[in-house]
Ligand binder design. Structure first.
Ligand SMILES: [Mg+2]
Length: 384
């Protein structure tokens, strides 16, 4: 039976996927407490002490003790100090955070390769297909949380559902150290009751406008038609219309897999002496190695690019039987390639690239046999 010419198809939910969102709890502060147990149960504020900065500086994060005083991230450190003068200020240590984040990813990779990091302390995992052939995403999420707690000695929260939007809402629901599962038959109720400011992607200004429209909870949003939402909020209106119906088909986008990692420098004054070239190559080798480590990659092929003062550009490539181990080895290789060029012409540009990359995570990395956990497992392929 036909009701008319205009038929709006109600969008369909795809509930076939299993998505986990993992979010570390007060990440920087948790790492600080792990490194210095004396900080436990004290208000910890990740920022330089305003005394050291003359009152400047901003809070990167604060632990849950400090949050009881009303301290939150992006607040000025001075304000935090006024709210909680006995709070412990700890300067951020991004190397440590990165290292911890990398270990977190090693844990994820035991379960799936479909990982989309959002920041150092947050990631989506698609576990529809997973390395344990485990059908329950909830069991996997609990295992991941346990691994993180045991090996990294910090806690995280997990959200489990059939799409990214719901998984992220869920992980936020039971923080800290919690898990929330939103199966397809429960997500609708959850969304209807959720205050509009909790909808991920709805900023403060939008919240105000929604309140003006009488939208306070998911149900109010659900009751608006798509044209009205699109008229008010444009593209976001369309997207919210779908999200409030539990629809979000966006993929868990894998970490981009680099095939090569390189760095080049153009010099404002052409390099004329061997010393200048040596220095430049050292810097480049260092940067490339740092980048490789960060991406957890290694390779056996080195490419050196040289542009001379007459703009002639040459690239020279060398393959090796073994992976390049460290910065110094990479530097020595680049230097030897340059020496073979045997020229005294001025140099405008130098570049070093390591290519043919493979994951450094699952290679033959020695496992310490005297340890029965994984926490000592290292992904770094160099010897420092
Ligand atoms: Mg977090």
């Amino acid at each position: 039976m036909r009701y008319g010419l205009l038929v709006f198809d109600e969008p369909k939910r795809d509930t076939s996927r299993k998505i986990i969102h993992i979010d570390m709890d007060a990440f920087y502060a948790s790492v600080a407490m792990r490194e210095n147990p004396e900080l436990r149960n004290k208000p910890v504020i990740i920022a330089r002490h305003p005394r050291e900065t003359g009152g400047r500086g901003v809070v990167a994060t604060a632990n849950y003790e400090a949050r009881k005083f009303g301290i939150h991230s992006a607040m000025s450190a001075q304000k935090a100090f006024e709210l909680c003068p006995h709070g412990r200020f700890v300067s951020p240590d991004f190397n440590l955070y990165r290292e911890t984040s990398q270990k977190m990813h090693e844990i994820f990779k035991r379960y799936t390769d479909k990982i989309q990091p959002l920041s150092l302390d947050e990631a989506y995992l698609d576990v529809t297909e997973n390395k344990l052939s485990q059908k329950s995403a909830t069991i996997l999420a609990e295992r991941i949380r346990k691994d993180i707690k045991n090996e990294l000695r910090i806690t995280c929260s997990a959200g489990v559902s059939y799409n990214k939007f719901l998984a992220k809402l869920a992980s936020d629901y039971n923080k800290p150290d919690g898990i929330t599962v939103l199966p397809p038959d429960q997500s609708h109720n959850f969304l209807m009751n959720l205050p509009i400011e909790k909808y991920h992607g709805v900023g403060e200004k939008t919240v105000d406008r929604m309140h003006d429209m009488g939208i306070f909870r998911g149900q109010d949003l659900y009751d608006k038609n798509e044209l009205e939402l699109a008229g008010q909020f444009g593209k976001m209106g369309h997207s919210l219309y779908r999200k409030v119906r539990g629809i979000d088909d966006s993929e868990v986008k894998n970490d981009r897999e680099p095939k090569s990692v390189g760095k080049e420098s153009t010099f404002s004054d052409n390099l004329k002496t061997e010393n200048e070239v040596i220095q430049a190559l050292r810097v480049l080798a260092g940067k490339v190695m740092t980048n490789l480590k960060r991406k957890q990659k290694h390779g056996k092929i080195v490419v050196l690019k040289i542009r001379y003062e007459d703009f002639e550009t040459v690239t020279r490539r060398r393959s090796f039987p073994d992976y390049i181990k460290n910065e110094n080895e990479l530097f020595q290789i680049a230097l030897s390639i340059w020496e073979e060029e045997n020229t005294s012409e001025g140099i405008r540009l130098l570049g070093i690239t390591v290519t043919g990359l493979e994951s450094a995570v699952f290679e033959t990395i020695p496992l310490p046999l005297w340890k029965d956990n994984y926490s000592e497992r290292t992904i770094q392929t160099d010897d420092d």
